[in-house]
Design a protein. Structure first.
Length: 333
C-alpha cells in the first residue's frame, strides 16, 4: 500500500523521515515535490517580461475568471484520480448542466434552478459510480459512454444547442463583486479550500488516498471501497456541473457544445500539477498549481495570438510530458 492513515498529514503521500535520507535524496525529493511550483514561477517571470501588464490586478482577474469554470471541474477530477479512477464524462456533464440550468432559469427563480442542479449533478455522478463499481465496467469505457449520453441530452433540451436566459439575475455571478473581488473567483477559491480540507484533514479524504493506492488491501481491511470510489465520481460530476453553470452565468447562454475541451483541460490541469494517474498520490494544492500553469500558458497563447490548433498541439505535448514524468517518478520510487 502506498499510503496509510498514519502517514497522511498534508494531503499527499508523505516521504520518509528526513533523518532516514541522505542529503542528495532530500534534494531530489524536494525537486520532485515542488518542481511544478518552479515551472509556474518561471512561466510567470516570462509572461511578465514579455507583457509588463501580466501581473496587474485587472489582468489577473481576467485570467482567473476565464479559467474558473474548468478549475471547478479539475477540483472534482482530483478526487477521482487520487481514488484510482478516471472520468471522461465531465465534458458532457459540463454542457448538459449549463443547458439544463439555463432551461430551468427561464421557468423559475434562478436561485431555485441553481439549488435543483446540485442534487441533479450528484445523481449524474452517482450513475457513473454505480456502473463502474457495481457493474464492473472499466472507468474509461463507462465514462466515455456516459459523456456521449449527457452530450446528447444537452442537445435534446434544445435542438439549436443554445438557450438564452432573459432574467437579469442569471448573470449575477458574472457581475457581482464581493469585497472588490469577482464572485466567481471567490467561489473557485472556496471550492479549492474545501476540497483541500476534505482530502487532507478528514477520514473520508484519507480513505480516498488509501483506496486509490491499493483498493484490494483497503477492501481486506474492511473499507467500503465501492462507496468511496463511487462518491468520487459524484464529486467530479458536482464540479463539472458547477463549472457548466458558472460558464452559462458568464455568457448568459446555456450551450451544448462547450464541453468539447473541458475533459482534456481538466485532466491536464490535475496531472500537470503532479497528481498521479496511478491513484493514491496527489493533493489539491497541486491542482491549483496546475490550474495556474495552464492559465498562464493560455494567457501567453492569447497574447501571442496563436490559433486554437497550435494551442491544442502544445497542450497535448505538455500532457504527454507530464504523464511521462509521472511514469518516471513511479519507476524511480
Amino acid at each position: 500500500m502506498r499510503i496509510s492513515p498514519a502517514q497522511q498529514t498534508t494531503g499527499e503521500q508523505v516521504p520518509p523521515s528526513p533523518r532516514a535520507l541522505p542529503k542528495r535524496s532530500l534534494l531530489a525529493d524536494a525537486v520532485s515535490r515542488y518542481s511544478m511550483v518552479g515551472v509556474l514561477v518561471l512561466l510567470v517571470i516570462v509572461a511578465q517580461s514579455a507583457f509588463p501588464g501580466f501581473l496587474s490586478p485587472g489582468n489577473l482577474k481576467v485570467v482567473l475568471l476565464n479559467t474558473a469554470p474548468v478549475g471547478l471541474v479539475a477540483i472534482g477530477m482530483t478526487f477521482v484520480l487520487i481514488g484510482g479512477g478516471f472520468d471522461l464524462s465531465v465534458g458532457g456533464i459540463f454542457a448538459f448542466s449549463g443547458m439544463l440550468y439555463a432551461s430551468l432559469a427561464n421557468s423559475m427563480p434562478v436561485i431555485v434552478a441553481f439549488a435543483l442542479m446540485i442534487p441533479a449533478a450528484i445523481a449524474m455522478g452517482a450513475i457513473n459510480g454505480l456502473v463502474i463499481t457495481r457493474l464492473h465496467v472499466n472507468p474509461f469505457v463507462a465514462t466515455l459512454g456516459s459523456s456521449s449520453i449527457f452530450s446528447g441530452l444537452a442537445y435534446l433540451i434544445n435542438s439549436d444547442g443554445a438557450i438564452t436566459v432573459t432574467s437579469s439575475s442569471f448573470t449575477y455571478l458574472e457581475n457581482a463583486n464581493w469585497a472588490g473581488i469577482p464572485a466567481m473567483i471567490w467561489i473557485l477559491a472556496l471550492c479549492f479550500v474545501a476540497g483541500g480540507v476534505v482530502l487532507a484533514r478528514t477520514v473520508y479524504g484519507r480513505s480516498v488516498y488509501i483506496v486509490g493506492g491499493n483498493a484490494d488491501a483497503a477492501r481486506l481491511s474492511g473499507m467500503r471501497v465501492s462507496i468511496i470510489q463511487g462518491s468520487t465520481y459524484a464529486l467530479s460530476a458536482l464540479g463539472a456541473a458547477l463549472g457548466g453553470m458558472l460558464l452559462a452565468s458568464q455568457t448568459g447562454v446555456g450551450q451544448a457544445n462547450v464541453g468539447v475541451d473541458v475533459t482534456l483541460d481538466s485532466i491536464a490541469i490535475v496531472i500537470i500539477g503532479g497528481t498521479s494517474l496511478r491513484g493514491g498520490q496527489g493533493a489539491m494544492w497541486r491542482t491549483l498549481v496546475g490550474l495556474l500553469i495552464i492559465s498562464t500558458i493560455d494567457s501567453l497563447f492569447n497574447s501571442l495570438a496563436w490559433n486554437s490548433a497550435t494551442q491544442s498541439l502544445v497542450k497535448g505535448a505538455i500532457i504527454i510530458v507530464a504523464v511521462a514524468l509521472d511514469a518516471w517518478s513511479q519507476r524511480r520510487g
